[in-house]
Design a protein around this ligand. Structure first.
Ligand code: ZN
Length: 478
């Protein structure tokens, strides 16, 4: 955004702006590589869109520096004690010279986000229709910097900075935008301002209220490692984060923190694993899946890829953990769990496949699909640090319940069988082993400030190889 601001608002030419970007020491070198691609892709998409608009006889649009803020005033405080509401829409702004047309570009990191709900698109359009050009300052309201001219026409454009594709999400007259707002966005906004339940998770990382909040569950020292030498911003961490950081710190930073993806098709084991997980999760929201008819197709899998996935599903059905569970027990599918270590200022995140109660204790059930028997001869928690993570979270009391009746189950599905392993999170030896495994992974993660690449076999097929010179050199010279 800073580089695009320089180009669009300060009229710095593209190559100078990119040289300035690449000379920056604020970001990881892979981040800079991606940013250059993103800036070029964005500007090409903008140029292509403008050319098409021109061909349709629409006026040229120019970059707008000021935010658009839709402001609602009240004389007396409402039931929440508020007299002023401000709504903004993050993105890049453009308007025709006479202000009659406004355009907002919504950027996503990889491809165009295809699942934006109608409420989000309607709200973006509504902010354009009623937004006053304004400026923000810390701890101040948005101050208007120009008079509001109600546009006659607004457009919402989605753009993928990685793929360079763009898509017109809304192209509406102002009155149509008003109608869309009333139908889709307004009811959602009403729910948002009324909602007061706590939903701890990765958003706690940016929450200013965390220190005074009753959630997430406090677990001081849970990772068993010292913090960084100098203070740094609060972070979240999951078992997958630690596993990827252990493999390659650069891959961790680019894929897990910045969420970059290559756009290349995912491998069959990954697609199959996800398809199996999703089908099971959906069934388990209704209870035991034993008698559910197998699907005729699964999302992301070709017909020829289906038989193995179906074989895995029927292996699960023969031993569904919810089979015979009394209706009084609680079942939670894919519930996000979190814990907060105030000493390290880290929010721990886990998404168990399935949680259910049994006779007063909680069972944490993970399902994996595997083509071969991966952990033969290796300790289970060593192969799946996720299980060690689960032990620490359960031992810290994140789930509550009777710890002596609690259990972690790992179900591994093959196409010709399955295997279920149990781990007792209350066992002191198991806890010590889990602490050792997680501390070994978390130690280097907690103090890392450079995220250097660690080239190895995993470079082949790495999602961020395009932004990693070390990885490409490794593949060329091995
Ligand atoms: Zn099941």
């Amino acid at each position: 955004m800073e580089t695009l601001d320089a180009i669009e608002h300060d009229k710095v030419d593209l190559e100078s702006a990119l040289s300035r970007l690449k000379a920056s020491h604020k970001c990881h070198v892979g981040h800079l590589s991606w940013a250059e691609v993103a800036v070029r892709a964005y500007l090409s998409a903008r140029a292509a869109h403008e050319a098409r608009q021109h061909a349709r006889g629409r006026p040229t649009t120019l970059p707008v520096r000021a935010q658009w803020t839709a402001i609602t005033w009240r004389e007396s405080p409402d039931s929440r004690g508020a007299t002023r509401y401000e709504r903004t829409a993050w993105g890049r702004r453009y308007a025709s010279a006479d202000g009659a047309e406004r355009e907002l570009w919504l950027l996503s990191v990889n491809s165009v986000k295809s699942d934006r709900p109608p409420a989000e698109i309607a709200e973006a359009a509504a902010v354009m229709v009623s937004g006053v050009p304004s400026q923000s300052a810390p701890r101040d309201v948005f101050r208007p910097v120009a008079e509001q001219v109600r546009p006659r026409h607004v457009r919402v454009i989605g753009v993928g900075c990685g793929s360079g594709e763009h898509e017109v999400l809304a192209d509406w007259a102002a009155d149509e935008a008003d109608r869309q707002y009333s139908a889709h966005a307004k009811p959602v906004l009403a729910r948002v301002v009324e909602a007061d339940q706590l939903m701890p998770g990765s958003s706690c990382v940016r929450c200013e209220g965390l220190t005074g909040c009753e959630l997430p569950h406090r677990a001081p020292g849970i990772l068993g490692v010292p913090g960084p030498r100098r203070p740094r911003a609060r972070r979240s961490v999951s078992a997958t984060d630690l596993r990827v950081h252990n493999l390659c710190p650069a891959q961790f930073h680019l894929t897990r923190v910045l969420h970059l993806k290559s756009g290349a098709p995912e491998s069959l084991p990954i697609r199959r694993g996800r398809a199996v997980d999703e089908w099971l999760n959906l069934r388990h929201t209704e209870g035991c899946c034993r008698d559910a008819p197998l699907p005729e197709s699964l999302p992301g899998l070709a017909t020829s890829e289906l038989p193995t996935a179906l074989a895995m599903l029927s292996e699960h059905q023969r031993a569904c953990p919810l089979d015979g569970l009394p209706p009084t027990e609680r079942v939670r599918v894919q519930q996000r769990l979190s814990a907060y270590d105030p000493e390290l200022d880290v929010v721990l995140i886990a998404d168990p496949d399935l949680l259910y109660t049994r006779a007063g204790g909680w069972i944490w059930h993970e399902t994996k699909t595997a083509a071969n028997r991966p952990w033969e001869g290796r300790a289970l928690m060593e192969s799946y640090p996720q299980l060690a993570f689960a032990v620490l979270m359960m031992a810290a009391g994140v789930l509550g319940g009777d710890p002596r009746r609690s259990l972690i189950e790992l179900e591994v599905l093959y196409d010709d069988g399955s295997r279920c392993e149990e781990i007792d999170p209350g066992d002191p030896d198991t806890q010590a082993e889990a602490r050792r495994i997680i501390a070994a992974l978390a130690g280097p993660w907690a103090v890392d400030e450079t995220y250097a690449p660690r080239p190895d076999r995993h470079c082949d097929g790495c999602d961020v190889l395009a932004h990693c010179a070390a990885g490409r050199t490794h593949l060329e010279t091995r």
